[in-house]
Design a protein. Structure first.
Lengths: 326, 510
């Protein structure tokens, strides 16, 4: 770089050159397309609209929860309790419906319960400053068992009966839940790229000390991040309740690994500070496309989770090696 | 010990090291004899730590040779150096605070075993006591390191190195965290080692200590060894002169506008416990006011406290007859029109993986808004204005800061705070680690800002920079003000002396 003070060359090239960057997000989209074509060649059913909408519908719950996890990971923290919060929302919703509470109020109460859980995480991690992995491991267990005690282990199918429209096909031929996922992805994109709160999340994740010196109120950002993440997990819980035959306290527990996996697969730095929403969305779709393909290819169920785990591990290895300074 | 008659233990000959185009060491030679305490002194950035890193095997050199007892050696790692008999005690502590003294002494070394292959703690503790005895130190070796005083920790660290029967002991600023009495205890230990024939390389800023314990003194300046003297042949005055001895270069831009008459900033009796106490000064509009001092003297702390980065417990900050501080947090500082520019680009300064524009706009996101959304056009415009006025060389303001050179990163950091349009600009090491060209540009920027009536406070570890840029200089020493000097009538010697040498009785209460 030229450092002589006299160089009066144009300091900025007016227009940033338009070029295709081989970013993590773009690579992932390419992988998804190539994978789909390959599987489609072997099993033509894979690329039928019925199957594709099945993948989309299945990915709505994970997708919305992963958007929440994404926010937390961008700030350099992690939320292990995201699955339990999905469960809290789903169970609260079902419980209220069963008790005869109107649908809209029940949904709001489910979301409120999720937000309270998120606020507990946020205060402990952001204000008390306990490492988020410890906080959310503990709260995950607490949330789960409180729900279990609350419901007495009963299962409920009330939500599926009251909210069938959420998982049925809407106007464009895909379930409304998919539209909710897409809408929230757009909304989260705006939040991340266009608002001060979004910028503050990246800043805190990239360099907390520098953010503080620049006037960012770090505690507030951290608490709010956990709350918004929990709200998204709550929405995921409502969708899950509408899709599942029965809802129990453990409804969301299997999601934790997949949400973190999808976020990391999507190129979000686990140490915070970087990541794009479209990467997360692609990561979610790729994960479900692979699960779906494995079913079509008759891969034994036991292998499916192992393959997903391997894929995420490979993504992290590529990521870590790529970030290592030369 | 008569140095002339013994064969050198360690000879570094013509050692050079460069980082990119910058030579941090060029053609440096140094010998260490058995039973000799050889002090290595120099200003910050003179190359002391680079030389220490090479001698301790932490980094390789780009040229020159190392000999031990007359034989060529190539050190592949700190462990390799340790096995060959060169032990280094770094300035920062490398200990496991929760483990016991014994456990720490055996770190990286096999513990004695019983017949059954279990650890024989009894024997380990005996050995640990034995090692400490040779240093004349008695500590309960079962206590965790975290229970011990800083000075005792330092002694344990020295003991840990000596376990390997080191012939050469490198001590990097060993007294930095010690008080007078503790330092004396350390000197007793060093004396013992000297009598045992160990060669000690002693790096320090504190010239009185050097005078007290060194047999020879070597002075580094700008990466070159400017002199090696026997202690009895030199004086503190000469050491200071050798350390800072370049003429203040004429490249510093001269004042273009006269200083204003109004007092723009007044600091009264400011105190931050653990950092500094009782600092008072006032700065006129358009004045550049310097803060000098060694690392740990409170130099940087004063700058931070004015901006609100450190919480002052007593004292006050005034602007134009109005009390505005001490600020509680940077936000309050900013509201009072005070901008603090931190020293380190990676640490407190910038978000390196984020775009230039995001960095420059960060302190102002509150006002850069359209309803709930960020005003991205305004943000880009602000950043482009900063980039243009500070001549930051980049392709686009969307480029991440990490892709810029150090000098340009530093200018982004300046742009970030200058564009908040502060009335008081507090700069902490604004040119640390940037090349000469960028340095001159930054100095020009500071000069231009001052010409517009900005109140500027400049904390720096580089005396030539302070003398070249400032009107008056506050010298900090061990957390207390050691005087305010008029830059025009001061020399690097007077400032350096005030910063490094005790004139009164006092203990070194850092």
């Amino acid at each position: 770089m030229n450092t002589s003070p006299s160089a009066a060359s144009p300091v900025i090239a007016r227009r940033p050159r338009l070029r295709f960057r081989l970013s993590r997000e773009n690579t992932l989209v390419a992988v998804l397309i190539v994978f789909s074509i390959l599987v489609g060649a072997v099993r033509p059913t894979f690329l039928t609209w019925t199957n594709v909408s099945l993948i989309l519908a299945a990915s709505a719950v994970l997708g919305v929860a992963a958007l929440g996890e994404f926010l937390v990971i961008v700030t350099g923290a992690i939320d292990i309790s995201i699955g339990a919060i999905v469960g809290i929302s789903a169970v609260t919703l079902s419980y209220c419906l069963q008790a005869g509470v109107p649908t809209v109020v029940s949904v709001l109460l489910g979301l409120a319960a999720a937000v309270i859980a998120g606020a507990i995480n946020g205060v402990l991690a952001g204000w008390v400053k306990i490492p988020s992995i410890v906080v959310t491991l503990a709260t995950a267990s607490i949330f789960l068992w409180v729900m279990q005690a609350f419901t007495g282990g009963h299962i409920s199918s009330a939500a599926r009966k009251s909210l069938p429209w959420l998982s049925e096909r809407g106007a464009v031929g895909v379930p409304l839940s998919v539209l909710v996922f897409v809408g929230l992805a757009v909304l989260v994109s705006f939040l991340m790229y266009r608002t001060r709160f979004g910028r503050d999340m990246y800043a805190v994740g990239d360099n907390e000390a520098a953010a503080r010196v620049a006037g960012v109120v770090v505690v507030r950002v951290r608490i709010l991040t956990f709350v918004v993440a929990a709200l998204l997990a709550g929405v995921a819980g409502v969708i899950a309740a509408s899709q599942l035959a029965y809802v129990t306290a453990t409804t969301g527990t299997g999601l934790v690994f997949l949400t973190i996996g999808a976020v990391v697969l999507g190129g979000t730095n686990l140490f915070g500070g970087s990541g794009r929403v479209r990467g997360v969305v692609t990561g979610v779709l790729l994960l479900y496309a692979i699960y779906n393909a494995m079913v079509l290819l008759r891969v034994a169920a036991a292998w499916q989770d192992a393959v997903a785990g391997l894929l995420i591990l490979v993504a992290v290895i590529i990521d870590t090696l790529g970030r290592r300074p030369k | 010990m008569n140095v002339a008659f013994s064969k050198p233990l360690l000879e570094a000959h013509d050692v050079s090291k460069s980082y990119g185009p910058v030579w941090v060491l060029s053609g440096v030679s140094m010998t260490v004899h058995p039973g000799e305490v050889h002090a290595l002194i120099g200003e910050n950035g003179a190359g002391k730590s680079t030389l220490i890193r090479i001698l301790s095997g932490l980094i390789g050199s780009d040229g020159g040779t190392l000999k031990m007892r007359g034989e060529h050696v190539a050190l592949s790692s700190p462990h390799d150096a340790l096995l060959r008999g060169i032990g280094t005690v770094h300035q920062e502590f490398n200990q496991c605070p929760q483990l016991s003294v014994t456990e720490n002494l055996f770190l990286g070394r096999p513990l004695p075993k019983t017949r059954f292959g279990l650890v024989d703690w009894g024997r380990a503790e005996n050995e640990a006591n034995g090692i400490l005895d040779t240093l004349g130190v008695t500590i309960d070796v079962r206590r965790p390191i975290s229970d011990l005083s800083t000075a005792t920790c330092k002694l344990v660290e020295i003991a840990r190195v000596l376990v390997h029967n080191s012939d050469i002991l490198i001590l990097d600023e060993p007294t930095a965290a010690l008080d007078m009495e503790e330092s004396d205890r350390l000197f007793d230990v060093i004396d013992r080692l000297r009598q045992r024939g160990v060669g000690v390389v002693y790096v320090s800023h504190r010239l009185q200590e050097v005078e007290q314990i060194a047999d020879r003194v070597s002075v580094l300046r700008d990466g070159e060894m400017v002199a090696t003297r026997r202690r009895e042949d030199t004086t503190i005055d000469e050491m200071v002169a050798l350390m800072v001895g370049r003429p203040v270069s004429t490249v510093y831009p001269t004042r273009t506008a006269p200083m204003g008459e109004e007092v723009g900033l007044e600091v009264r009796d400011l105190t931050v416990p653990g950092h500094f106490a009782g600092v008072s000064f006032s700065v006129r509009e358009g004045e550049v006011f310097g803060i000098a001092g060694l690392d740990g003297s409170g130099r940087s702390g004063v700058a931070q406290a004015i901006g609100g980065g450190l919480r002052a417990t007593s004292g006050s900050v005034w602007r134009a007859e109005r009390q505005v501080g001490p600020a509680n947090g940077v936000l309050e500082g900013m509201k009072a029109g005070i901008a603090y520019v931190p020293p380190d680009r990676q640490g407190l300064g910038l978000h390196l993986s984020m775009a230039i524009s995001h960095n420059i706009a960060m302190p102002q996101l509150r006002s850069l808004r359209h309803g709930p959304f960020l005003d991205r056009g305004g943000e880009t415009a602000l950043a482009e204005k900063g980039v243009a006025s500070l001549q930051i060389r980049c392709e686009s303001v969307r480029q991440p800061c990490a892709s810029l050179s150090g000098g340009n990163q530093q200018k982004v950091l300046l742009a970030k705070w200058i564009s908040t349009e502060p009335e008081v600009l507090v700069l902490d090491e604004p040119t640390r680690g940037v090349d000469v060209g960028a340095k001159a540009e930054i100095h020009k920027i500071i000069r231009d800002l001052a010409a517009n009536g900005l109140v500027t406070v400049l904390a720096s570890s580089e005396l030539p920079e302070l003398l070249g840029m400032c009107d008056r200089i506050l010298v900090m020493r061990a957390g207390e003000p050691a005087g305010i000097f008029d830059a025009a009538t001061s020399t690097a010697e007077t400032i350096g002396r005030a910063a490094a040498v005790h004139t009164s009785d006092g203990g070194d209460a850092s």
